[in-house]
Write a protein that binds this ligand. Structure first.
Ligand SMILES: [Mg+2]
Length: 236
């Protein structure tokens, strides 16, 4: 029997694991806003990047890191929109229009093969979870990337108030999936998150979709290989 015995669930990170931020959408948003409001697209792109960097700084008191509810997140995006339009010297009513046209989830795309791999894992009887250090609106993002129907449990750490790599985030995910940590295979692109998962007893693998890290798997299809190898090893 291998170390991957007794598997009942696969728990994925979201960003750079099953989904990614498509930089082309930033360019689309900048071009759209430039055309809509008569601005220079390159200037809009710089301001977009600067306002986002400012709002995501962990030092910022109102950083997304501290948001707990969807209504708090809504207020956060409203403030973000106001700041964006203020820096571009646009009228305040441009903000809701902009955010409706390019909401947070519009920037995300599914990783190649994600639907096929998640479907295949489900046909093997495994539960599928997502544990992401992200805003409360995780469900909307998984709908946007076309994977929501394949995911049993989606956890935004903001809504829990505990982020990876804190052990509580992993224990919360295991309890929500209704399985023991040792029955979970956890996949994440950050080494510290993988190490923390192992520390709470999960089986875990690093994924590096850029193919650079020799210690990592390089595609989601390899998750299927890991699961199947474990089944062969236990004679199923
Ligand atoms: Mg990630």
């Amino acid at each position: 029997m291998t170390a991957l015995s007794g598997l009942r669930a696969v728990l994925f990170d979201r960003d750079d694991t099953i989904a990614y931020t498509d930089q082309a959408v930033y360019r689309d948003a900048a071009r759209w806003a430039a055309s809509r409001y008569g601005l220079d697209a390159s200037h809009v792109g710089h301001v977009l990047a600067a306002v986002w960097a400012d709002h995501t700084s962990p030092d910022r008191e109102s950083s997304w890191w501290h948001l707990r509810t969807l209504s708090e997140e809504e207020a956060f995006w409203s403030e973000y929109g106001r700041e964006l339009t203020r820096r571009l010297e646009l009228p305040a009513d441009a903000a809701p229009e902009w955010l409706a046209r390019f909401p947070y989830e519009a920037y995300m795309k599914p990783v190649s093969g994600a639907r096929d791999v998640l479907s295949a894992l489900r046909t093997r009887g495994l539960k599928i979870g997502v544990l992401s250090n992200t805003l409360p609106s995780i469900d909307r993002t998984l709908v946007a990337v076309g994977l929501a129907d394949l995911i049993d449990v989606a956890i935004a750490t903001c809504a829990v108030g505990i982020h990876k790599p804190e052990p509580g985030a992993y224990h919360h995910a295991a309890a929500t999936l209704g399985v023991e940590p040792r029955e979970i295979l956890f996949i994440d692109d950050k080494a510290e998150n993988v190490a923390a998962a192992r520390a709470v007893g999960m089986q875990a693998r690093l994924i590096d979709l850029s193919g650079q890290d020799g210690d990592a798997i390089h595609s989601l299809a390899e998750v299927l290989d890991i699961v199947d190898a474990r089944w062969e090893a236990v004679g199923q």
